[in-house]
Design a protein. Structure first.
Lengths: 340, 104
């Protein structure tokens, strides 16, 4: 079930921040026998990720593992229950919750039943299913079977689940951790290919969103270039793709421009703009607030608030925009859906 | 990248209108310079061409300046197909009071 560039899963099918890639013995676009993946957003907003290799590599159960794992995750949100539902074979499952808190479970056995307590059975080539993070946070190699381990991912860090790995994998991840998730997955897949891994591997990557952007500047035209630059940089860190980022920069630029032009009436203290940007699930949220009072409408050129060209432009660039005005000032909130 | 604005004028010659070539970012902070460059390039003439293909950012502030020129002269704008300028021109209605040539 791979689509898109050879081995990479179509990002439109994946939750935001996730990349999935198959590295397999041939250049064919179908997955190697037995390899499967699952990447879904659960109803409560958490992300469920799992990769595995079916024990019976004839592929009879391959189409069912993701479906069973998905059902188990939607029902319980429990990685251990998800692995039990996956059937036999090495597998790893992680659930990423709010504030990028991760719970994961591994199963390393290669042919025994899901309840096997055997010692770490080796995968086809290396050390079997693996969880690695960049930056490295803890030793994942000794996760006890049938139990869930936890990691708190710092903002902007990367979580890798792989059906296989070797001693180089953590280093490869660390080196490409600044790349966008899809590029990172491509580099890792190359490292998990034949000849080092004759049976190939499937990997799932998650990049946690950066800390929200909070910027406070004087409500002055000279601040606008600073706002655009800081927002562009933050959007890059967040891995927002170029076209969406350009839409956001123009929408915020327009909103900030309106505020710096109009929100300057009769205040004893200097008027400030506060610009905020954050990612919540699949959505980018940007706000521009001022603490001033807006000049009343004096005609088309001096239209107050966001009526007229400003709001029409913003509406064309984002999915939802609303304006709230009070004695404290005015805030425009802009929401835009994202894709990996 | 936030780039300061640059303006270059090719004066009218032999039946060809003057051309103002604009590059960089235009926003509320430097729209005054843009307005001066527009009226300087137009030089009270009946036609003006503005090449905006090198503009890296502009919003309603630049559009308002272009509306003012479009009211005083025959305005032609050259813009890139990609990016937001065509959206801006459509939403503002500037494309109905001026000629737009799309490149790329």
């Amino acid at each position: 079930m791979t689509e898109g560039p050879a081995g990479g899963v179509d990002p439109r099918l994946l939750p935001y921040g996730v990349a999935v890639r198959y590295s397999h013995p041939s250049a064919a676009t179908s997955p190697a026998p037995g390899l499967w993946h699952l990447a879904i957003r659960l109803p409560d907003g958490r992300v469920g990720l799992a990769v595995g290799r079916c024990a019976d590599s004839g592929g009879d159960t391959t189409p069912y593992a993701p479906t069973s794992v998905s059902a188990a995750l939607v029902n319980s949100g429990d990685p251990v229950a998800a692995l039990a539902a996956a059937g036999a074979g090495p597998a790893v499952c992680a659930v990423i919750g709010p504030h990028s808190r991760v719970g994961y479970a591994l199963r390393r056995t290669t042919g025994q039943g899901p309840t096997s307590q055997g010692p770490t059975g080796q995968g086809p080539t290396g050390q079997g299913p693996t969880v690695v993070t960049a930056p490295q946070l803890s030793d994942h190699q000794v996760a006890p079977p049938d139990s869930t381990s936890s990691i708190d991912l710092p903002p902007g860090s990367t979580l890798l689940l792989s059906t296989d790995a070797d001693h180089r994998t953590a280093g490869v991840l660390a080196d490409c951790a600044a790349e966008p998730p899809r590029r990172c997955a491509q580099i890792l897949a190359e490292a998990l290919s034949p000849p080092a891994f004759p049976a190939g591997a499937v990997l799932a990557l998650y990049r946690s969103p950066p800390n929200p952007l909070e910027l406070r500047v004087p409500a002055d035209p000279a601040s606008l270039a600073v706002v655009r630059e800081r927002l562009r940089r933050w959007l890059g860190l967040a891995g927002v793709e170029a076209e969406t980022a350009a839409d956001a920069v123009l929408a915020v630029g327009e909103a900030a421009s309106n505020a710096s032009e109009h929100a300057v009436l009769g205040v004893e203290r200097p008027v400030e703009l506060t610009v905020h940007a954050s990612i919540d699930g699949e959505q980018l949220r940007c706000t521009v607030s001022d603490n001033g009072r807006w000049k009343p409408a004096t005609g088309p050129a001096g239209a107050s608030h966001y009526r007229g060209h400003g709001m029409k432009l913003i509406d064309a660039l984002v999915d939802t925009a609303h304006v709230v005005t009070g004695d404290h000032g005015t805030t425009i909130e802009m929401l835009k859906e994202l894709r990996s | 990248m936030t780039e300061p604005a640059r303006f270059a004028v090719t004066p009218a010659s032999d039946g060809h209108p003057p051309v103002l070539t604009v590059a960089g970012d235009i926003d509320l902070a430097n729209v005054g310079e843009f307005e001066s460059a527009l009226s300087g390039a137009r030089d009270n003439g009946k036609e003006l061409v503005v090449d905006l293909t090198g503009v890296s950012y502009c919003d309603s502030a630049a559009v308002r300046a272009l509306f003012t020129v479009a009211a005083a002269t025959t305005l032609t704008m050259v813009v890139k197909r990609a990016g937001h300028i065509t959206t801006l021109l459509g939403i503002s209605g500037l494309d109905r009071v001026a000629t737009v040539i799309t490149e790329g």
